[in-house]
Design a protein. Sequence first.
Length: 633
Amino acid sequence: MGSLLLLCCCLVALLIPIQALVDINVATANDIHSNLNRTTSPCTNFWNFACGGFSSASEYVDNFERVEDQFASAMVEFMESHLGENDTLAPRLIGQMRLYYKACTADARTLHGNPRPEELVNHWTLHPKKFLVDGLNGVFIDERVDVAANDSMGWVVQIKMPDPSAKYSDLRVLQLMRLYEEEWYTWGVFELVEKMHQLQAEYRAENPLVYTWSYSELRRQIPIPHSFFIELLGGNHTEEFDRLTFEVSDVEYLRECFRFLRDFSSEPKDTYIRARQYVLLEESEPRERNPRSCIHHMRAYLPLGMNYIYDRFIYQNREQDTQKLQEILSNLKATFRKYLDANRLQLTPDQLAYVREKLKGIQIKIGNLPEEKFPEFYNNHYRSANFTMTNFLANLLEALALRTRLQNAGLLERDSRVDLRHYYVNDNVRKARTSPFYENERNTITVPMEFLQWPLFDHRQHAIFQHSLLGAVMGHEMNHAFEQEGILFDAAGNESPVGLEIRESQTFRDALKCAEQPPFVSLKERLADLNGLQLAYDSFFGLDHDSRKFEYRPYTFERQFTAPQLFHLSYAQFFCGSLPPVIAHDRDDERVNVSVGNLRQFAYDFNCETSHSTNCEMWRPREEASSNRNVHP
Ligand SMILES: *[C@@H]1O[C@H](CO)[C@@H](O)[C@H](O)[C@H]1NC(C)=O
Ligand SMILES: *[C@@H]1O[C@H](CO)[C@@H](O)[C@H](O)[C@H]1NC(C)=O
Ligand SMILES: *[C@@H]1O[C@H](CO)[C@@H](O)[C@H](O)[C@H]1NC(C)=O
Ligand SMILES: *[C@@H]1O[C@H](CO)[C@@H](O)[C@H](O)[C@H]1NC(C)=O
Ligand SMILES: *[C@@H]1O[C@H](CO)[C@@H](O)[C@H](O)[C@H]1NC(C)=O
Ligand SMILES: *[C@@H]1O[C@H](CO)[C@@H](O)[C@H](O)[C@H]1NC(C)=O
Ligand SMILES: [Zn+2]
């Protein structure tokens, strides 16, 4: 056994699929066993039982880091090879991605440390009026392109005050200014930043009113300069801009902010913007530049290029994975339909029809890539970016501007609508997503290709591993469609009065109240956790499964744990990792414990004493409905 485990480790390290030599189910079961910590009983702290040994068994922080590392190794190998060098489909894109990677790994110049004042003022050639075009969002205002609440295919430009987190970037700016306090160009920056913070504190609201305005209306309401939009959107006629819809929040803040800026001298404004741009670069560049960190950086900033290359040159199992994931999704949907038949929330026929339609419409997408098959689309997508092999920081500026340009692209075209063939997620993240995510407006779950790697998933695994881990994650994402925010959106991703009606109903509100026991980070995450695990469990074992009534034949790959026990252990692997030492109760252990604690079968499966506290169930049929049929031993 010892040598077998050793063999696994070496092979993982070499990135050779272990499954070729060791049965994938044996490997998975071994992995689960190596993470156990038997000093606690599964009944008292299940997370510690399932995951408490992880940190001593694994060199990684968690299983996410592990699959991200596998992804990075494969991409490093690609980047350093000659693969795709004479490609006929997307030679430009592949060339650009290699240039970026080369400069990232080879150019030793970094920003770390404090810039010399001349650098700050002169080095950055960017024009202070064009800061949004250069990707510097959240200075004075926050601008993003989204879709309308009542039309998920129609673009809107959302404008609001900067996110509270932008304060940290401002603090760094002030720190830089203090270094050059005696210089003329720091004059006024302190006053400017202080005024902005004061206005933001004064007008920040929990749920700000959102106004839907035309461009002319926006200009009437807020003294925002015309040049700002010319730079951002490329057009120059008010009539062109009037084709756009603006969703504006924090109106009083914006009004005061632009009034103040209009009368404030431009020198400190420009210095402030340049310093913020500098800080943005500091925040964006990898902390240390090496092949892997460069890949992770590129995953976040150049997602289309990275996913395209991974999909074409590295990803082997798209077909098999797609089939498995579709199977899991349709199982989950079938179970949810049974829930709706029982109608625990006593929805009206109209409301039920609404939920059924939405359930039916949930799509799954493997990898954050557009549907487009035409290679020219990919080859040209980054065409406007000028990357070089020698200057990483210049490339980073290009990448930031490119990302913003792509977000704003085509807005001014006549009758511009969301083009689903070209749609993918390209938002302002610094760290790419690895875990699956659900988008209300698209009614779609995206499963990043990073996630579809052992030990999180393998298409050859036994169904119990797939349906417990990925099944519960997909159950979680699906339930985002039906929590207090998601329920507002209909099957097509438009906000609907029927959804609001459901949310206001007493039964729905009671279900929320039940889940609202502390500690929790976010109510919708809690709901998705509880309902997701229940949905996955019911989909695998059937409704009203009761392990006390069965004897389980052992699996060939797992002799100690019964099927329901193995299900819970495999589910927990998603959350296994080393907890930060400072916080005794991190999200992950709580999430596991609270989720299994609200699954009534969990206590039966591990022969725990059942507590009499109520389980929070929302959609799942009530136990009473079937308990007459059950004869409890
Ligand atoms: C989870 O752990 C906490 C202590 O960390 C414990 O109070 C709780 O009962 C545990 N729940 C389960 C179901 O393991
Ligand atoms: C198992 O859990 C206990 C209690 O939390 C802890 O003290 C111990 O270090 C853990 N053992 C291992 C091998 O991680
Ligand atoms: C690409 O073409 C060049 C020039 O013909 C050749 O030297 C090189 O080996 C080719 N690379 C690959 C990976 O085939
Ligand atoms: C969407 O909402 C806006 C603003 O409330 C309104 O002007 C527009 O007519 C609505 N569109 C649809 C299709 O309901
Ligand atoms: C501004 O308008 C003129 C005349 O209509 C046009 O030729 C020019 O290209 C426009 N400039 C931009 C930046 O779109
Ligand atoms: C790209 O950048 C290089 C180096 O900065 C410059 O020489 C070249 O003119 C640029 N090309 C374009 C098309 O902007
Ligand atoms: Zn979630």
